[in-house]
Design a protein around this ligand. Structure first.
Ligand code: NDP
Ligand code: 2IT
Length: 444
């Protein structure tokens, strides 16, 4: 059996019941197969792949908290410090009832290559909890975040591990966590990113993932003689990534006709009203059913369904495995030209293959959503020099980073004979830098 196949088999055997982690490992290892097979004996001798797929450290802890009625709840907290070859661990914290160790490991593993692609010095990590912020009061969320950080603060720091937001973790949660870290450790430092602007946050971090997604999508289209202008776009999700993806797509002259949340989806033939969406989701923390009150011409549907709407560009921005083979077939039948992932691994393996085989330009999340973590790294830089940059300065750097990511993955794909396969390009380009750093640092 080849070294790559052996390690994939071992990952599945050693980590049962973690299908998302298997999926992420399979995708990366299959992509880097040509690099590994060119030097198989050396990689085997150094157990390079075993070191890559085993996290440096996994932390799991109890998170007790008290609700507004005085009842006690216990959630599980996680932080997976996956790989620090190129910098301190960096990656978000997901708060969602579906969180388990396999989900955090898949996200942490993806983060290694994503962070490498940004060109900035950040390693890969991820964390979170099975806590559900939905329906909780601000005080309940605060007590949860304080309890979570009371334990997590022992393992993180501005130069060791710097968490940030992800699903269910936004500015409110980061604020409560930062306050508790500072109280316990006595350090006002850049230990978290996505902070508020009055206490060390970076301008444009809120917008960064969605904006970055559109910068790379537009750059890719331009290299194929097109652009976002006048494109019809379908977006899934209605959270941080989706909202700012929709906003930037509109600024670039496209029309975005859908968005979705965990219970239903909206079709707005006149184009999504971002101000309404922001009010519903960021201010009221309400359901998309409310959207119709703002836009009587729109339609609300229960369940999932955005991929059935005719479009030129599809941007999945909600969660993993939300775009299935049947959806991919529908998109292709409707003439969709590009699918760029705002979420982490939103497209299933068979759907990805179908899109690529059908000639759809497909950019995987680890490249196309890298703008969020890249801007987090810019926040870390600002914190280190105790300065804050203007919105325009951060946004310009973000745009440049995303354009570089595109050319980097495009060139890597070409170099290995996979022109136009941005999955292979992203995995190889991300891996090569981590590989060089791991080799230089010895067997650690
Ligand atoms: P948010 O919590 O802000 O939004 C998530 C959105 O997806 C919500 O609208 C949510 O619905 C919807 N959703 C639908 N189904 C699910 C489900 N099964 N589980 C969770 N959410 C669901 O998260 P973000 O926008 O920050 O993250 C979206 C995706 O982007 C994730 O995959 C995340 O890992 C990825 N990402 C995020 C980055 C960031 O900077 N925030 C950076 C890079 C990637 P509802 O409104 O009902 O909750
Ligand atoms: O998946 C991701 O890249 C994020 N949730 C953002 C991580 C970060 O550290 O900004």
């Amino acid at each position: 059996m080849s070294y790559v196949d052996e390690v994939i088999a071992e990952v599945i055997a050693k980590n049962p019941d973690e299908p998302e982690f298997h999926q992420a490992v399979r995708e990366v290892l299959e992509s880097i197969r040509p690099v590994i097979e060119a030097n198989e004996a050396q990689f085997r001798r150094d157990a390079l792949l075993e070191r890559l797929v085993n996290p440096e450290r996994q932390i799991k802890f109890r998170v007790p908290w008290i609700d507004d009625n005085g009842d006690v709840h216990v959630n599980t907290g996680y932080r997976v410090q996956f790989n620090s070859a190129i910098g301190p661990y960096k990656g978000g914290l997901r708060l969602h009832p579906s969180v388990n160790i396999g989900i955090i490991k898949f996200l942490g593993f993806e983060q290694i290559f994503k962070n490498s692609l940004t060109g900035l010095p950040i390693g890969g990590g991820k964390g979170g909890s099975d806590f559900d912020p939905k329906g909780k009061s601000d005080r309940e969320v605060m007590r949860f975040c304080q309890s979570f950080m009371t334990e997590l603060c022992k393992y993180i720091g501005a130069d060791t591990d710097v968490p940030a937001g992800d699903i269910g973790t936004g500015g409110r949660e980061i604020g409560y966590m930062f306050g508790q870290y500072k109280k316990i450790r006595g350090l006002f430092e850049g230990v978290l990113t996505g902070k508020g602007l009055t206490y060390g946050g970076s301008l444009a971090r809120t917008e960064a993932t969605g904006y970055g997604l559109l910068y790379i999508t537009d750059e890719m289209l331009r290299c194929h003689g097109e652009s976002m202008k006048d494109k019809t776009v379908v977006v899934s999700g209605a959270g941080n990534v989706a909202i700012y993806a929709i906003q930037k797509a509109q600024q670039l002259g496209a029309k975005v006709v859908t968005c979705s949340d965990s219970t239903g989806w909206v079709y707005d033939p006149d184009g999504i009203d971002v101000a309404a969406l922001k009010e519903i989701k960021e201010v009221k923390r309400a359901r998309l059913t409310e959207y119709k009150n703002y836009r009587p011409n729109s339609e609300y549907h229960e369940g999932r369904g955005v991929w059935q709407i005719k479009c030129d560009v599809a941007l999945p921005c909600a969660t993993q495995n939300e775009l299935h083979l049947e959806d991919a077939k529908q998109l292709v039948a409707n003439g969709c030209k590009a699918v760029c992932e705002g979420a982490n691994m939103p497209t299933t393996e068979d759907a990805t293959k179908f899109l690529q085989d059908s000639g759809v330009w497909f950019i995987p999340g680890k490249a196309s959503n890298a703008g969020g973590v890249a801007t987090s790294a810019l926040e870390m830089s600002q914190n280190s020099e105790r300065l804050s940059w203007s919105f325009e300065e951060v946004d310009a750097q973000l745009k440049k980073i995303m354009e570089n990511v595109y050319h980097n993955i495009d060139n890597a794909a070409k170099k290995y004979g996979f022109e136009g396969n941005y999955v292979v390009g992203a995995n190889i380009a991300g891996f090569e830098k981590v590989l060089e750093a791991m080799n230089a640092q010895g067997i650690v």
